[in-house]
Write a protein that binds this ligand. Structure first.
Ligand code: SF4
Length: 84
């Protein structure tokens, strides 16, 4: 059998990421797990790196998911668009 799946990660699928700075507590946990995707702004609130006009970097889908799951205030939402 070929083409193993890693079960946990969904690398290769586009996942959409949204953040809610209003509820962010500024812990920086998300930026620790996925520094290419999340950062803190001048006020210490979460911001997407992409919003600053930079390409989101090399974080794997699993890294981004770990960041979302680790957020203590649930300020990160992920969604997987259905393409069928
Ligand atoms: S992990 Fe959550 S609370 Fe902490 S900085 Fe990121 S979005 Fe904000």
């Amino acid at each position: 059998m070929s083409g193993g799946t890693d079960g946990a990660g969904r690398a290769g699928e586009r996942q959409e990421v949204a953040v809610t700075p209003r509820t962010c507590a500024g812990t920086g946990v998300c930026a620790f797990y996925a520094p290419g995707t999340f950062e803190l702004d001048e006020k210490g609130k979460v911001r997407l790196v992409a919003e600053r006009g930079e390409d989101p970097a090399e974080d794997s889908a699993e890294d981004v998911r770990n960041a979302a799951e680790a957020c203590p205030t649930r300020s990160i939402r992920l969604s997987f668009p259905v393409e069928r």
